[in-house]
Ligand binder design. Structure first.
Ligand code: AMP
Ligand code: MN
Ligand code: MN
Length: 346
């Protein structure tokens, strides 16, 4: 399922949005059921903002509280130590008619898979996100395209709800912030981001330990798999009006031969996008016989979210993705064809 592209949102939530979100939480009855959902194949921001906010709701006294995401209920190894994992339930066990749904880091309902129907129930749906391509679903939207991570939005709402940061909440929000900013390297790393990081670190969390677990630990099989997949990368210097494209792909067979889980492929794009000769980097990850989850990154010449939206996905200007059908060459062909139309002004 794809969503029609929404007009790019330039402004974040206004006071009325914050007040509506705060009221939706404060109005919860003592026995209210709250369901937290994040996007399919959850990354650090999806899980971290959801679990950090969930722990905050627990501190507020919310007793009937579940967190979930679509697809197999499998948390990637780098996140298996996160506080609040006990909130997680498989999607088929999630409340059918929660009194409140809070949705994290999902740009569209399609990213919620089989859980999208939970937003149409009698309860209210609160959406916390930071994608410019957000389709504005749900009842109350806290969508800030200027925010470096959904956790930035989650932390502000927790502060408005008078939930103090503790080390458990902070660990979750810090994972979200570091994954989505590439460890404070990307453009969205504003002074406010560093001030948030300072507040989180002040709770006593250990950034070295967290980074090692999240970014710097993977099985040896994944190291060998990366070698193979990077070895077949292709450089197309003339693509994107001469700004260059570099791409590679990883098949389900690659994963099986090296006995690896799909999540290990999430880090691949970082090894590909460092290519000096290309502005745009793509990694195609096979998810079915002729289906690929595509990650795209740009260094500034191309708006890859435009490419992604045109091909049925979404994301941010310099980091976006979609699901593509066909063989790998055909999927890359469709990307290549979109690049010239997605050039940003120099
Ligand atoms: P990734 O390459 O998976 O790290 O994703 C980069 C960005 O693109 C993230 O902000 C994702 O939310 C977004 N994204 C990735 N895949 C899709 C998709 N199939 N549909 C919509 N957005 C996507
Ligand atoms: Mn995400
Ligand atoms: Mn995010």
């Amino acid at each position: 399922m794809t969503d029609s592209p929404a007009p790019a949102t330039v402004t974040g939530p206004d006071e009325a949005d914050w007040a509506a979100a705060e009221a939706a939480v404060r109005a919860l009855a003592a026995d209210a059921r709250v369901l937290l959902v994040c996007h399919v194949n959850p990354d650090g921001d999806a899980l971290g903002s959801m679990l950090g906010f969930g722990l905050g709701l627990r501190r507020l006294g919310v007793r009937h509280l579940q967190a979930t995401f679509p697809g197999p209920p499998e948390v990637p190894d780098p996140f298996r130590w996160l506080p609040g994992l006990d909130l997680l339930v498989p999607s088929d066990e999630a409340y059918r008619e929660p009194d409140l749904v809070v949705c994290f880091d999902a740009a569209s309902e399609s990213r919620l898979g089989e859980l999208a129907d939970r937003l149409g129930g009698p309860g209210r749906a609160l959406v916390l996100d930071h994608h410019g391509s957000n389709t504005r679903f749900g009842d109350v939207q806290l969508v800030d395209p200027a925010a470096a991570a959904t956790s930035v939005v989650a932390e502000e709402l927790l502060a408005r709800l008078d939930v103090p940061l503790d080390a458990e909440i902070a660990a979750c929000l810090y994972v979200a912030l570091t994954t989505d900013t590439g460890s404070f390297r990307f453009e969205a790393t504003t002074p406010a981001v560093h001030r948030l990081a300072a507040r989180l670190l002040a709770t006593g969390i250990r950034p070295g330990d967290i980074s090692r677990q999240v970014f710097d630990t993977r099985p040896f099989g994944a190291v060998r798999l990366f070698g193979e997949v990077l070895g077949r990368a292709r450089l197309e210097p003339t693509a994107a009006a001469g700004h260059g494209l570099v791409w590679t792909y990883a098949t389900q067979d690659d994963l099986a031969r090296h006995d690896q889980r799909p999540y290990v492929l999430e880090a691949l794009i970082d090894s590909v996008r460092c290519t000096a000769e290309a502005d745009v980097a793509c990694v195609l990850k096979q998810v079915g016989p002729t289906e690929w989850a595509v990650s795209m990154r740009s260094k500034g010449a191309v708006d890859v979210s435009r490419v992604a939206v045109a091909l049925g996905g979404g994301g941010h200007r310099f980091a976006a993705g979609f699901t593509g059908a066909g063989d790998a060459d055909a999927v890359v062909g469709r990307i290549r064809a979109q690049l010239d139309g997605a050039l940003l002004p120099a």
